[in-house]
Write a protein that binds this ligand. Structure first.
Ligand code: NAP
Length: 544
């Protein structure tokens, strides 16, 4: 730590994305002083960084927006069913201005260390620039997909052309015109940008390691009639979302895919294909519980994907196989597959011929050499734990979070970690997180924590910490519930498979937004069972 004098606040919130700003608004409203530390040069979180062409949300705009202010809901006008990145960023900026949030956001302040001081019962926080804060509470609102992953490919320094990562996209426009572009990665980011880049580039080579499932985005402009209709019934819509497993408002079918006749199934899947976007995974209740049920959906989707691709050899490579549909995060796409019918697009199968390295002229695989002017990494993130483990967070007894989580994340309800008093995590591992509408899950956490702070104030308590036994029970429960599903069987970032050497643990809670909310409510009703409270060390000594 440096000698700089620490600014004292009630709460340090790390991250000025949707979660950090909501924390600020809510906690400030409770009369608490809050400092939001943001690594970037402006607010917005993932929507600030991910400005690659085609970036948009695949949760409907009306649901991927704050629910805390009815006035805000009524005055903001979304233009599309699934909003683009620039529109979402405009929304976040609008919210920040409307609720006067900027004055407590500190930009260019990447937190590098946070240390629990057992003498004072405060978090001592240090940022990259040497600034210090001292806070009673530390709230990690660092997002689930915010630490970018750049594969270590030998020779990168030799490539003279442009290199980008979708998650750290430049602010200046990137010109693809006439260039030979290579995109590595075919997850949601790759699938979104590939059709657009193909229209501009001289030639586009897509380096695909795993063909993933994708369903049509079914995007549309929102008419005034539709907007009025949603706004007239917004509370019902929010309530439906809160009471649905995914937080998207879809009520999963109560029927098994295996109980429907093949004709009924096809009719239902055709409907889901054209209307449900991401909700396809809920077309039958057992799609993620029974391999045979899942096979019926996977076969249908493969057939639909196949119909879009002309060349049989390319088609074969683009068909996802070897893992259940939706057990690895599927994409929703707009014209991704027909892009491979274009003369200026090549698919390079890097499962068959892995990338050997980057050269002075482009990418060398074990099968061929590709001459490129630009390389785009659409290779994703160190998901869920990346941004929590990047800073050094030191709890009681000098234990770091990295040490505590060396075999995978352990939490009580995803909210707190034993040994790290007064620290909270928003929509991270151990909570529905990436298996839900993250914005709704974020608001749920913020509200729950604010209620907990009320409880502490009313009862003159200073310190709250997850009980060790409760944490063990919750981790076991998260794991048991996951084992009832097909999720653990797919190689995915839910399991930590995206980073070589990362512990293989299923991280999000599969029990659903509604089920999880009931658990949170029950914990409160039971007097915050699983959490231990105390007075600050300083105060206890003074009182003695
Ligand atoms: P991702 O889903 O993790 O995809 C990364 C891609 O890069 C995969 O195709 C992966 O192949 C490939 N890859 C990773 N490391 C590689 C390596 N060393 N060599 C070759 N290929 C490699 O990342 P993403 O596309 O950025 O999306 C991340 C998440 O962000 C999404 O799942 C979604 O939750 C969110 N997102 C949402 C939207 C939206 O709302 N529409 C848009 C973009 C992103 P493997 O599959 O073989 O690992």
């Amino acid at each position: 730590m440096t000698d700089a004098v620490a600014d004292r606040v009630d709460v340090v919130v790390v991250g000025a994305g949707f979660a950090g700003l909501r924390n600020l608004h809510t906690l400030r409203g409770r009369g608490m002083s809050v400092a939001v530390l943001e690594a970037g040069s402006d607010i917005g979180g993932v929507w600030f960084w991910n400005r690659y062409p085609g970036a948009r949300c695949d949760v409907e705009s009306y649901d991927y927006s704050y629910s805390f202010s009815e006035d805000l809901e009524q005055e903001w006008r979304w233009s599309e069913r699934y909003a683009t990145q620039p529109e979402i960023l405009r929304y976040i900026n609008h919210v920040a201005d409307r609720f006067d949030l900027r004055r407590d956001v500190h930009l260019h302040q990447r937190m590098t260390e946070a240390t629990w001081d057992e003498q004072t019962s405060r978090w001592e926080v240090l940022t990259e620039s040497g600034d210090r804060w001292s806070a009673r509470f530390l709230v990690m609102a660092t997002g689930q997909l915010s630490t970018t992953k750049l594969p270590e490919l030998p020779g990168q320094e030799r490539f003279p052309g442009e290199i980008y990562h979708t998650g750290q996209w430049p602010h200046e426009p990137v010109d693809f015109r006439g260039k030979r572009v290579g995109i590595i990665g075919t997850g949601s980011s790759g699938m979104q940008m590939i059709p657009l880049v193909a229209q501009e580039a001289g030639h586009l080579t897509v380096f695909q390691r795993t063909a993933n499932f994708s369903v049509p985005a079914t995007n549309a402009f929102l008419s005034d009639e539709r907007d009025a209709e949603v706004k007239a019934t917004y509370r019902d819509r929010r309530e439906k979302a809160q009471n649905s497993p995914s937080g998207l408002g879809f009520v999963p079918s109560k029927q098994s895919a295996l109980d429907a006749t093949p004709e009924e199934r096809r009719e239902h899947y055709e409907y889901a294909w054209t209307r449900m976007g991401f909700g396809f995974a809920l077309a039958y209740y057992d799609l993620l519980r029974d391999q045979r049920a899942n096979d019926t959906a996977a076969d249908f989707i493969r057939e639909k994907i196949g119909e879009q691709i002309e060349d049989p050899a390319v088609r074969e490579k683009l068909l996802p196989r070897g893992f259940p549909f939706a057990a690895k995060r599927p994409s929703v796409d707009s014209g991704y597959f027909p892009t491979f019918n274009r003369d200026n697009v090549t698919l390079a199968d890097i499962k068959e011929h892995p990338i050997a390295g980057i050269t002075e002229t482009g990418i060398q695989t074990t099968g061929a050499s590709y001459e490129l002017d630009m390389i785009v990494f659409a290779t994703g993130f160190d998901a869920l734990t990346g941004s929590l483990l990047r800073p050094t967070i030191t709890g009681r007894g000098g234990q770091t979070l990295r040490q505590k989580w060396s075999a995978g994340p352990v939490t009580q309800l995803g909210l707190q970690v034993n040994g790290f008093p007064n620290m909270f995590i928003i929509a991270g591992p151990g909570s529905p997180s990436l298996l839900s509408n993250v914005l709704l899950s974020t608001e749920q956490h913020v509200d729950w924590i604010a209620q907990l702070f009320d409880h502490m104030r009313e009862n003159d308590l200073d310190v709250v910490e997850a009980a060790a036994e409760a944490e063990q029970k919750w981790v076991a429960h998260v794991n048991e519930r996951a084992q009832e599903t097909l999720y653990p069987s797919a190689p995915s970032y839910y399991n930590g498979d995206e980073i070589p050497g990362k512990p293989r643990v299923f991280m999000p809670y599969v029990g659903g937004v509604r089920g999880y909310r009931r658990i949170l409510e029950q914990v409160v009703a039971d007097g915050y069972e699983g959490f231990e409270f105390s007075r600050a060390a300083e105060r206890s000594e003074a009182h003695a």
